[in-house]
Design a protein. Structure first.
Ligand SMILES: C[S@@+](CC[C@H](N)C(=O)[O-])C[C@H]1O[C@@H](n2cnc3c(N)ncnc32)[C@H](O)[C@@H]1O
Length: 226
């Protein structure tokens, strides 16, 4: 989907795309494959690391393969082992992308849980991250208000940094929170329009398979007026 979107908005090799919520680095990887420059940010250090590993490992693949057997032999043969000193072994690897690759591989293999465990394992304080994490701040009605005000800031920044006539693509869905539908899509269209964006396309995307709070999302393609 991301590749299709990059094509639809006409980005070519040498152009630059900015992804303010880069997640596990899907856009980073697709941009790399197409020769498009990528700038991305994410509040989660785990996501930042995933994005880096996805895009940089290809350049150090020989060293990754070379180290594989010796690293595996230092791990106890258990899927759930929690050997803390694995990081000590990793610290000895000078090449950062190689080190990150194995640090991430360990997190994904050892913890079949979720990001919380991984982040704690990496030494981050979950509460500190939570304070800046869009969508999880506050409780009840306040959560929706904080989400909206955080996203407004993000949308304004998108407008500020984008060149005139260029595109901002937002994939977003109306979530159900505490039994009520939150009209995030309408809110986004309204606010982006107020900022000076023009909605060029609104594509409905059904979420097949497992879903928790959303059954469909909208792909909103905006263009910054000249
Ligand atoms: C739905 S995911 C993004 C998926 C990504 N855009 C993609 O297409 O694969 C939302 C991301 O926003 C990040 N996030 C939440 N609050 C943030 C903030 N204040 N600044 C930057 N990123 C944030 C989360 O860590 C999460 O990775």
């Amino acid at each position: 989907m991301i590749r299709a979107l990059l094509n639809i908005i006409g980005l070519k090799a040498g152009d630059t795309v900015f992804e303010p919520f880069s997640g596990s680095g899907t856009t980073a990887l697709e941009a790399q494959l197409l020769g498009i420059n990528f700038i991305g940010i994410d509040i989660s250090p785990l996501c930042v690391m995933q994005g880096k590993v996805k895009t940089k490992s290809i350049y150090v693949i020989d060293e990754i393969i070379k180290l594989k057997n010796s690293l595996i032999s230092k791990l106890k043969p258990s899927l759930f082992n929690q050997e803390k000193d694995f990081y000590k072994t990793l610290a000895g690897i000078e090449n950062e992308p190689v080190r990150d690759f194995y640090a991430l591989a360990r997190l994904l293999v050892d913890y079949v849980e979720n990001d919380a465990h991984s982040l704690e394992d990496m030494g981050y304080l979950l509460n500190e991250i939570r304070e800046n994490f869009v969508g999880v701040r506050g409780k009840g009605k306040e959560r929706v208000e904080l989400y909206n005000s955080d996203m407004k800031k993000s949308y304004s920044e998108m407008y500020r940094i984008l060149k005139p006539n260029k595109y901002a693509v937002i994939v977003i869905g109306n979530a159900t929170y505490q039994g009520e539908e939150v009209k995030t899509v309408e809110f986004t269209i309204e606010y982006m329009t107020k900022l000076g964006f023009k909605l060029e396309k609104d594509i409905l995307k059904i979420i097949f398979g497992l879903y928790n709070v959303m059954k469909k999302e909208n792909i909103l393609i905006f263009r910054k007026a000249k």
